[in-house]
Design a protein around this ligand. Structure first.
Ligand code: NAD
Ligand code: ZN
Length: 344
């Protein structure tokens, strides 16, 4: 089968031919119908050898959907031929966090060698993929896999962050979304769907800001040295009750600190390598800084339910597997509008 793999440090993704995997006991094989590209894929492909820990070769793709094609021994409750999306942050399944469906915060996964598909385990950017357990499947129902596969990360991750800040997002409050890319453009829609807050989107790129407006941002601002002052102005000096930084680089974290309101929340979602030091006098009274990771199983069901009622969609650029390398190139250059999705 064809697969998109990261094989050699510094060399970027390659399309290769590998064997079709067999599901082991308890596992499920999917015939992949869609796989989304995430900026985190570039985070790991940009790591120097001494910091790279995901194994090689690595089949990429942590946003996956497919048709159940074969069941391993002992699997029941899953329909062969059924269409599912894959919940990616796999945990041990037994600890307190996993019992709540928060496998994204499983403290045992790393020690047990459990890694998400595409971020350690073989991912979705291939004709077939293996899913370790039926609990990691979410039925797609009528939702088109290509249009909605990216809800598994570009939807779930902002949803998880926004839900944790929801009590700050009262009518009259302001939410700032920094980075209107794959995650950000879905995050804006989630904010509009589950809160009455005013949404200000910030990006470097005019086209991303145009998309931010199309999907519901009330205001859009070009990211730069004056942006924080402009947000203060727009909020009557108060600042933003919640800031969602989908970049996480030093300039955006500095901006986050400058715009957060008293008792507000900063959620650092982007892994751009910046740091935001907090201390009694370095952030406003009561302000909290959090670095959330992905989301929970029940939250993924909720994101798909938001899609079912038409509140959330993904702006998709569709690619065949042979064009995956150029799709990754576009993501690297920052020219993907919304999310790039590979259809193997
Ligand atoms: P993306 O490339 O689709 O979007 C990033 C957006 O940020 C682009 O629109 C870009 O123009 C904009 N941007 C870049 N620098 C900026 C700046 N200085 N000011 C304002 N905007 C700026 O990326 P994505 O796939 O949406 O991922 C966003 C980030 O979230 C990445 O760092 C990714 O690794 C991370 N991520 C984190 C988690 C998590 O669990 N915390 C999950 C998925 C992705
Ligand atoms: Zn991701």
């Amino acid at each position: 089968m064809k697969a998109v793999q990261y094989r050699q440090i510094g060399k970027g993704p390659e399309v290769v031919e590998i064997d079709i995997p067999e599901p082991g006991p308890g596992q499920i094989r999917l015939k992949v119908t869609a796989a989304g590209l995430c900026h985190s894929d570039w985070f790991l492909m940009d790591l120097p050898e001494e910091q790279y820990s995901y194994g090689l070769p690595l089949t990429l793709g942590h946003e996956g959907a497919g048709i159940v094609d074969k069941l391993g021994d002992g699997v029941s409750g899953v329909d062969v031929g059924g269409a599912y999306a894959v919940y990616g942050p796999w945990g041990c399944g037994l600890c307190h966090a996993c019992a709540q469906g928060a496998e994204n915060y499983c403290p045992n996964a790393a020690d047990l060698g459990i890694a998400p598909p595409g971020l350690g385990a073989p991912g979705a950017m291939a004709e077939y993929m293996i899913v370790d357990d039926p609990r990691h499947l979410v039925p797609l129902g009528d939702l088109d896999p290509v249009e909605f596969v990216s809800l598994t990360d570009a939807g779930l991750t902002p949803y998880h962050a926004i839900r944790a800040a929801q009590h700050k997002l009262y009518p009259g409050a302001t939410a700032v979304v920094i980075g209107a890319g794959g995650l950000g453009h879905v995050g804006i829609q989630i904010l509009r769907a589950i809160s009455a807050a005013r949404v200000i989107a910030v990006d470097l790129n005019d086209d991303k800001l145009a998309l931010a407006s199309e999907v519901g941002a009330h205001e859009t601002l070009v990211s730069g040295p004056d942006t924080a002052a402009r947000i203060r102005e727009l909020t009557g000096g108060r600042g933003a009750e919640a800031v969602f930084d989908f970049v996480g680089a030093q300039p955006t974290l500095d901006m986050s600190r400058e715009v957060v309101a008293i008792d507000g929340y900063i959620h650092i979602v982007g892994i751009g390598g910046g740091v935001l030091p907090t201390g009694f006098f370095s952030t406003p009274f009561g302000a909290a800084v959090r670095a959330p990771y992905w989301g929970t199983r029940s939250e993924l069901q909720e994101v798909f339910d938001l899609a079912r009622v038409g509140e959330v969609s993904v702006h998709v650029e569709r690619y065949g597997i042979d064009d995956a390398v150029s799709a990754y190139q576009r993501l690297h250059e920052g020219t993907v509008r919304g999310r790039a999705v590979v259809v193997p």
